[in-house]
Design a protein around this ligand. Structure first.
Ligand code: PRP
Ligand code: URA
Length: 207
């Protein structure tokens, strides 16, 4: 498993915006979407291409297109905030959904929804969730996708904790991780420190 921290200056700047306590829902959502878009550029850097013959207004020409379909799978709710940013970069991407919430006492993920495009098995799957805390949600989502037959899965998050990275390494050593930042630790309530608080609530204005 590789862990890539995408610390481009624009990503760092926008991440600082969403870490600020005073950032309100509209700006928070916009910055999450923009960071996801910038991350997409880096994540796709090594995606395979296939040669295609096209006709320009001038002549026939051999050019390139992405070789594989891409499916974005947000973990509901907070993962939804990253979808449009990535779709702007990969407009042909399809979208699947996994609904998971963390039980507030046990911190264990509970599944409540799953819906995927038929083509997902042969696609490059980007599991997106802004927060990798204990790693329970990301790990459970990837287990669901593997049971479904997906083989090429990558995890894309904004802020990770070392605890979550360790869990992913143990449970899914074949899945590469892309994060905008790796923070210090989890607090006793399972929140990332310094983190950005409850991402779902901040994205959607609940609480
Ligand atoms: C948050 C976040 C992740 C999960 C991360 O979701 O969006 O899915 O916690 O924590 P973990 O790594 O310890 O599993 P939450 O359960 O708060 O649900 P929500 O997105 O519906 O608010
Ligand atoms: N989920 C969040 O939204 N934030 C955290 O810090 C940890 C889990």
């Amino acid at each position: 498993m590789s862990v890539t921290i995408l610390d481009h200056p624009l990503i760092k700047h926008k991440l600082t915006n969403i870490r600020k306590e005073e950032t309100k829902t509209k700006d928070f959502y916009q910055n999450v979407e923009e960071i996801a878009g910038l991350m997409a550029y880096e994540i796709t850097r090594n995606f395979p291409l296939k040669e295609v013959e096209i006709t320009t207004p001038i002549c026939k020409s051999k050019q390139f297109e992405l070789a594989h379909d891409v499916v974005i799978v947000p973990i509901l709710r907070a993962g939804l905030g990253m979808v449009e940013g990535i779709r702007k970069m990969i407009p042909t991407a399809k979208v699947g959904f996994i609904g998971l919430y963390r039980d507030e006492k046990t911190l264990e993920p509970c599944e409540y929804y799953a819906k995927f495009p038929d083509t997902i098995v042969n696609s490059i799957v980007l599991v997106v969730d802004p927060m990798l805390a204990t790693g329970g949600s990301a790990s459970a989502a990837i287990t669901i996708l593997k049971k479904r037959g997906c083989k090429d899965i990558r995890f894309v998050g904004l802020v990770g904790a070392p605890e979550g990275v360790k869990v992913m390494q143990k449970n899914h050593p074949d899945v590469n991780l892309f994060l905008a930042a790796l923070d210090e630790k989890l607090n006793d309530k399972g929140y990332i420190v310094p983190g950005l608080g409850d991402c779902g609530d901040r994205l959607f204005g609940t609480k």
